[in-house]
Write a protein that binds this ligand. Sequence first.
Ligand code: S3P
Length: 442
Amino acid sequence: MTTTSEPRVIEPLAGPLDGSCHVPGDKSISHRAILFSAMAEGTSRLLGVLDSSDVRASIEAVQKLGAKVSLEKQPDGSLAGGVEGWGEAGPTQPDTPIYCANSGTTARLLMGVLAPWDISVRIEGDESLSKRPMRRITAPLMKMGVEFDPAGAETLPITEHGCKNLKAITYNSPMASAQLKTAVLLAGVYADGVTELNEPSVSRNHTELMLPEYGVETTAGERTARVVGPAKMHSAEIQVPGDPSSAAFITCAALLKPGSAVQIENVSLNTARTGFLITLEKMGADVTTRRTGSSGKEPYGIISACHTGRLHGCEIPGHKIASLVDEVPVLSLVAAHAQGLTVFRNVEELRAKESDRLDAIVTGLAQLGVDAWTEGDDLFIEGQPDLKVPEGLVFDSRGDHRLAMTWSLVGLTGNVPVKVTNFDSVDVSYPDFLRDMEELVR
Ligand code: S3P
C-alpha cells in the first residue's frame, strides 16, 4: 500500500488493557462471502463483513462484473446486507481493468472466479501487489484450460481469458497457500468432475467450509480438498466471525503490557487460524479460549489473555506456519521479550507477503537491540526479557498493515513513544485498531 503521510507518533497506553472487546470481521471469510455470493444465483445475506480497503477491493471487483451489492455500514462498523450474484448467466465483460489495490486475496481468488467464463479481464494491483508472485495461481488454472496474457507472467498486471470447458484436475501444490487452493477449487466448481488439491501442510480451510453453504459439494481431508463440478451455486446467509489475525494484536499487547487482562469475543476459533495461540501457550503465556458457537461450520468464541511476566522462547515447526502465517511479525515481537531463542522454521512465504516480512522483522528487531537473523528459510530471535526500548525509534511499516500494527505495539505497550511510517496501511485489515486499543484502557 502506498501512502505518503507523516510517520504516526504512537504514545504508550495510559494503563493496562482491561475488559472485553470485539474485533472486526474476519478478512479471509469476508472476501469469500462477497466473491461466492457474486458467483451464486439469487441474493445472499451477509452480516459482520469487515469494512476495510482490502475487502472493498473485492466488493468493487464483483460490482464491476455485474453483481449487485447493497451492503451498508452498521453501528458496530461492520457491513451487512445483500449481494445479488450473476449465477448461471455469468459475469459481464468489464470495459476497464479490475484494480485490486493492495489485496492479494482479491487478485488471486478472482482468477478462480473468472476462470469458467468467456470473458477477458485485465487484473491490476498497487505497487506492492504488483510485486507479488502470481505464477502459483496461473500455473494450475492454465492446466484447467484458462489462458493468461502474458502467458508466463510472474506478476500483475495480467489479462485472464476464461474457458467455458474447464478440465477438472488433481493438483499437487508446491506450497501451503489457501489463496492458491481457493482459486483452483473455485474454477473446479464449473469443471466437469472432481477437482482435487493436495498441499504440503494444512492451510486455512474457509473455502471448503463455506462452499457447501452455497450448494457446492466439497470434501476436505488433512491436506487434501476436493470439489465436485459442475455445480449450481445458490444464495446463502453468512455471518462473519471476528478476525483472529486482528485479535492477535490485542492478545499480544495484553501479554506485554503489565496488569492487562482482556477478553476478545466472537472471534473465529478455526484451528487453521489459531496457531498463534498455541505458540503463545508454548511460550508460557496466560491465554485461553472458550468456544461459544458456530457460524455455519466456522467455530467462534472468546480469547482471554493476561499479562505474563515470564515468557520463554520456543520452536515453531514448518508444518504449523500456515496456521499462523500472518501472525509471525507480532509473534516475533513477543519472542523479542521472551527468555531464550525462538525459531520459526520454513517461513519463506513471509518474503512474498505485502512486503518482505522476514527482512522487516530482522531490521525492526535490530532497532530494538534484539538479535534476530535468518538461516536459509528459518527465522531466529534471541529474546531479551529485560528489553529496554530506546528513545526516538522510527519504524518503517513498508506500507504493510501487519508491520504497522506490530511496530505500534512497541510504543503502545512500552514506556516511550515510537513513530511508525505509513501507519494508515492498517486500513487494509483493521482501520479502528488504535481506537479499539485505547478503549480497552480505562
Ligand atoms: C489468505 C491466505 C494467506 C494469508 C492471507 C489471506 C486467504 O495467504 O497470508 O493474508 O484469505 O486465503 P496464502 O494463501 O498466500 O498463504
